[in-house]
Design a protein around this ligand. Sequence first.
Ligand SMILES: [Zn+2]
Length: 113
Amino acid sequence: MGRRKKRKKVVPKVVKRLPKIFLCPNCGRQSLSIAMTPIEGSDYSEAVARCGECGLCIKVVVPKLYQPVDAYGKVIDIFESFEGDIEEAISRNECIGGGANTNEPGESGEVPP
Ligand SMILES: [Zn+2]
């Protein structure tokens, strides 16, 4: 009786607005947005970087505590090491990177813990 305990606390979180729009490595414009999606049941998030100008799309799996700005570094890595045809991937609306075929950790010692 009496006081009802509310489980759900609504804590106004002060979310620091970190930049989410970055310089696109393909077209050089400031229109690359990075969306982070936590992967359920893991400590990782999938970051999808998409450019609103040229349509570039790069997917990368990063530790959950990464911010978009951290993922951006990975995105650049993938872009620079991508050996396929970027333009073709864009024209087919495909994302490069991601876990599909480039999921080989331990190449440069940058394995997430
Ligand atoms: Zn672009």
